[in-house]
Design a protein around this ligand. Structure first.
Ligand code: ADP
Length: 240
């Protein structure tokens, strides 16, 4: 499997705190990668740096395949993204990345289907087409019939499934999930992580997920252990 996203020699400091100290990480096509470690070890900083939200003080973030107008992806084109201007970086995040956060972060005033469609509309897809594409995600994620509910009328697990639809609807190359099950009970966590890993894999995207929950991480193909801003361990599962 080839690499889609890589961080080389990543360093991030906040004052006298070193959040990342020379981290190397590679994310392979279609794989799911869990990042685990104690609180304050640098997990979120690593995810945010790979996602183009936090700029590293040292090292590089490289993303494979700059899309051409036709959508063709030259296999070996690598783009360094940590030094892009803010506008290009935010366009890249919208077009090539999907995000799932701990608390869905859905817009409370919009029905579920419009929360999903909005991700496409921000990329220029007309409203009607965006809503149609958004609706297709509801049945596969077990959300049929909930299209018109507002986030306040959904359970925590349902809201996270809507957030998964929103992350995937734009066919991203990489999905980033920061404690996506952190606010859910154990049974709902398992359901959500199973859907997140399988739906992401089905679309061909890679998944990078921060979690403190070993049961959740065990659904991923690989686990990176982070400690004091460094990779302290690495395990691989054989997931079919
Ligand atoms: P984790 O996700 O493993 O809990 P973080 O990546 O959030 O760890 O944080 C790593 C270290 O960097 C911690 O010591 C944290 O306090 C510090 N840190 C993270 N973000 C900031 C910030 N915006 N300002 C100052 N310090 C920060």
């Amino acid at each position: 499997m080839s690499t889609v996203l890589a961080g080389h020699g990543l360093v991030k400091k906040y004052g006298s705190t070193t959040a990342l100290a020379d981290v190397d990480v590679e994310v392979r096509e279609r794989e799911s990668l869990a990042i685990m470690g104690p609180s304050g070890s640098g997990k979120s900083t690593l995810l945010h740096t790979l996602a183009g939200i936090v700029r590293p003080d040292g090292g590089q973030v490289l993303l494979r395949g700059e899309r051409s107008e036709t959508g063709a992806t030259p296999a070996e084109a690598w783009g360094r993204i940590d030094n892009l201007g803010e506008n290009r970086l935010s366009a890249l995040r919208r077009k090539r990345y999907g995000f799932v956060f701990q608390f869905g972060q859905l817009l409370p005033e919009l029905p579920a289907e419009e929360n999903v469609a909005l991700a496409l509309m921000l990329n220029g897809v007309p409203r009607k087409a965006a809503v149609e594409r958004a609706r297709r995600w509801f049945a596969p994620l077990g959300l049929e019939g909930l299209e018109h509910r507002r986030p306040g009328q959904l359970s925590g697990g349902q809201a996270q499934r809507v957030a998964i639809a929103r992350a995937l609807v734009g066919e991203p190359d990489v999905v980033f999930a920061d404690e996506p099950t952190g606010a859910l009970d154990q049974t709902t966590s398992t359901e959500v992580v199973q859907l997140l890993t399988s739906a992401t894999r089905d679309t061909g995207a890679a998944l990078v997920m921060v979690t403190h929950d070993a049961d959740v991480a065990a659904h991923c193909d690989r686990i990176l252990q982070v400690r004091d801003g460094r990779i302290s361990g690495h395990s691989q599962f054989t997931v079919a």
